[in-house]
Each structure stands twice: as structure tokens, then as C-alpha cells.
Design a protein around this ligand. Structure first.
Ligand code: PXL
Length: 266
């Protein structure tokens, strides 16, 4: 059975990070082993939140896994809570030569950086990206990584150019998510091959959508699907569950109501 070390925060409410990665990876038949980066009462998209940075605990936590001789098929990183953490995660990745590295460079959305992310953290994130087999930025994060100004509507050419800049950092495969394209929503994939996976656009943006997409992608990749198949199936799952969330009137802060659909994952 495949094992994934999921380095992400635990937000008690609001369906993001570990509370998405755990159920999704389990539904894929993959063992999810969390490394908490911070503990929050709820994600930062709510007006108020309790935030406990876990930086000082992460090294002894990971050291103990080393004592046990644990090795992981994949290291999947998401929301990081401090600058120091990025160094810790970088070390962990460098000592895990045989693991597939999936970096979701969680930093912001809709052209805005999340309130706990500093400019230094955004800069340091590039170091993790340089080690990644697959990186899954949204357009805001992709623009930060590429050092270009964010726009609501990038042209195809601009997106490929941004992807190229992210390759130059060292990432092997770049999946830019949530690109608005001719009234549809697209994922641009750049690696040994290029392709675009599009779906109908739903005009509500649920928090944690990127975490749902990256966790689904991780699950499919661990089940040996090609990147193209994995991206298409993950995008279809996000579309289906987002549509349902809208139908039942779920609030966007509460995240995507995906639970009922986990048993349909194949
Ligand atoms: O979904 C991204 C994310 C992850 N973790 C925390 C967040 C957010 C987005 O707001 O606040 C704590």
C-alpha cells in the first residue's frame, strides 16, 4: 500500500488542507500520514481564526519517523505556517531520495496573498518548487513564482510563459489550475508534454478547492495514472462536487462538500 507524508495544516473547520487530504487519500486506497504545519480553528478565509504555528515541533516529529525508518512513496506539501518550516520541509525532501515530490505552493488566491504568508515565505517557496516532480499553483501562486504581475485573465501564451518560468526554477511538471478561458475553467499542464484540461466554469469559488484538486491528483498519481489522466479525473471530481455544493447552498467559506462522492472515486 502506498504511503504519503502530507505536510499541511490542520484547520478544524472549513474543509481544507489535512481535513481534505486524509479522507481523499484514504478513498484512493492510499495511506495518508500527516505532518501538521499549524493548527487552526478554521482556515484564514474566515474573519477570525485561532492559529498555532507548529514549526518548533516539526523537526522532532520528523526525526522520530526517521528513527522508525519510515519511508514514503510521496511527500505532498501544502500550507506552510512560517519561514522556518520551509527549511525543515526542504531538508525532509532532500533526505527522501526515493519519494515523489508533489508541491502545492499554497500562498494565495484571487490575486491576494493569504494573511499568514510573508514575502520571504513566498520567495522561499521557490526552493521547494525546485525539488518538485509536480507543482500545482493556481494563477495567483503561479504569477508569484514566475515573478509576473497577477491578472484576472491571462492569455494562453502568457500561461505557457509562466509555466516555463516555473520549470526554470526546477519543477519537472507544472499544473496551473483555475485559469479562466473563454467562459470555461482550465488546468494548464506543462511537462514532457503539454495539454489543457477544461471544464464548465462554476461562478462560485469555494475555499479549499486547490487542496481538493491536489489531494485527488496525489491519489491518482499514487495509483499509477498518467499525469494527463490524473489531472482530467481530478478536475472532473472538483467540478462535480462544486456543482453539488452550490445546489445544496453550501457557503463558499465552508469548502467543497465532497464527502458524499468519495465512494465514487475510481
Ligand atoms: O486552502 C488553502 C488554505 C490552507 N490552509 C489554510 C488556509 C487556506 C486558505 O485560506 O487559510 C489555513
Amino acid at each position: 500500500m502506498k504511503k504519503v507524508a502530507a505536510i499541511n495544516d490542520l484547520s478544524g473547520f472549513g474543509r481544507c488542507s489535512i481535513t481534505v487530504a486524509l479522507p481523499v487519500l484514504s478513498a484512493h486506497g492510499v495511506q495518508c500520514c500527516p505532518v501538521p504545519t499549524a493548527i487552526l480553528s478554521n482556515h484564514t478565509g474566515f474573519g477570525t481564526y485561532f492559529f498555532d504555528d507548529y514549526s518548533d515541533k516539526m523537526t522532532p516529529y520528523i526525526e522520530n519517523w526517521k528513527k522508525l525508518g519510515l519511508e514514503f512513496d510521496c511527500i505532498y506539501t501544502g500550507f506552510l505556517g512560517s519561514e522556518k518550516q520551509i527549511d525543515i520541509v526542504e531538508n525532509f525532501i532532500k533526505q527522501s531520495e526515493d519519494s515523489t515530490i508533489l508541491v502545492d505552493p499554497v500562498m494565495g488566491d484571487g490575486g491576494k496573498i493569504y494573511s499568514t504568508y510573508t514575502p520571504v515565505m513566498c520567495e522561499k517557496m521557490k526552493r521547494l518548487v525546485s525539488l518538485a516532480e509536480v507543482v500545482t499553483p493556481n494563477t495567483t501562486e503561479a504569477a508569484i513564482l514566475a515573478g509576473v504581475e497577477y491578472k484576472e485573465n491571462f492569455t494562453d501564451e502568457e500561461i505557457w510563459c509562466i509555466a516555463e518560468k516555473i520549470h526554470e526554477l526546477g519543477a519537472k511538471n507544472v499544473v496551473i489550475t483555475g485559469v479562466h478561458r473563454n467562459g470555461r475553467i482550465a488546468n494548464f499542464v506543462s511537462g514532457p508534454e503539454r495539454f489543457v484540461a477544461e471544464s464548465e466554469e462554476i461562478y462560485v469559488h469555494y475555499m479549499g478547492t486547490g487542496d481538493l484538486f491536489a489531494s485527488m491528483l496525489c491519489g491518482y498519481l499514487m495509483n499509477d495514472l498518467t499525469l494527463e489522466e490524473a489531472v482530467k479525473k481530478s478536475a472532473a471530481f472538483v467540478y462535480k462536487t462544486t456543482k453539488y455544493s452550490l445546489e445544496i447552498g453550501e457557503k463558499k467559506e465552508n469548502g467543497v462538500a465532497f464527502e458524499k462522492f468519495l465512494k465514487e472515486i475510481e
